[in-house]
Design a protein around this ligand. Structure first.
Ligand code: ZN
Length: 254
């Protein structure tokens, strides 16, 4: 199994969710999953609750209890036919439930989304202000995880705040179950760097733009390292993830 998928499945194995969203599956991954009695569900969105526009985006979900997952996906399918604000909120909440995300985080995310806010911006601000980005960058590729990091336990999940106790507890439980999962958390934090450098490049004359500018400048010697990570990640996020995991996991075995 590719290392990215192997660690995604750890979330199911640890008992914290029935289902995970995966981005990359090879034929041999599918065979391994089947032999381990996991199901893979493919879902085609007609309305994207993230961009709030029509789409034909595909999502792949790996799950333990297929029927339970299908039940939730069928509810999403019905709501998508009439994507009112209220229904979009519901869709986001059901997908959050499917993926085992804490209710407080999903509620906040869905409210921000339909009101035109940016959950990504909020979390980036917190990563800057708490020093989380700095700590991860300093220690990269093998950083100690600060407390705040645990709430960002997977990519595309936005905790209601990096101090969310429920999200942190999930992150910590997964790492306690399998310490290798810590590297997935590192990746989830680093995944927020490409937008940081994009904002730095565009220099918007907003309070947020200034915050990002000052943060990047404050990195000093770490700036080239951070820039390289952001660049590689933006070019090919999956390759970056797999290369990184292969490197750190093989070091671990030595
Ligand atoms: Zn929360």
């Amino acid at each position: 199994m590719n290392p990215s998928l192997m660690l995604d499945v750890v979330r199911i194995k640890s008992g914290l969710t029935n289902c995970v969203h995966v981005v990359y599956l090879t034929k041999s991954d599918l065979i391994s999953l089947k032999s381990l009695r996991y199901s893979v569900l493919t879902y085609m969105w007609t309305f994207d609750p993230i961009t709030l526009s029509p789409t034909n985006r595909l999502s792949f979900y790996v799950c333990k209890d297929k029927e339970k997952a299908l039940k939730l996906l069928r509810r999403i399918e019905l709501l998508e036919r009439n994507p009112t604000k209220k229904n979009v909120k519901r869709i986001i909440k059901i997908e959050g439930k499917l993926l085992g995300y804490p209710k407080c985080c999903v509620d906040r995310f869905s409210n921000l989304k339909v009101e035109g806010g940016s959950p990504e911006k909020e979390i980036i601000r917190e990563c800057v202000e708490s020093g989380l980005f700095l700590e991860i960058l300093k220690g990269y590729p093998n950083p100690e995880l600060p407390e705040e990091a645990y709430s960002i336990f997977t990519t595309n999940f936005y905790p209601c705040g990096i101090d969310c106790g429920r999200a942190r507890k999930i992150g910590k439980s997964i790492v306690e179950y399998d310490e290798r999962y810590g590297y997935k958390i590192v990746l989830s934090v680093l995944n927020l760097l490409p937008p940081v450098f994009e904002i730095y490049r565009l220099k918007p004359k907003t309070e947020f733009g200034r915050l990002i500018h000052d943060f990047v400048e404050s990195l000093k010697d770490l700036k080239p390292k951070a820039y390289q990570i952001a660049k590689k990640m933006a070019e090919n996020p999956l390759k970056f993830e797999v290369d990184y995991l292969k490197a750190v996991l093989s070091d671990m075995h030595d």
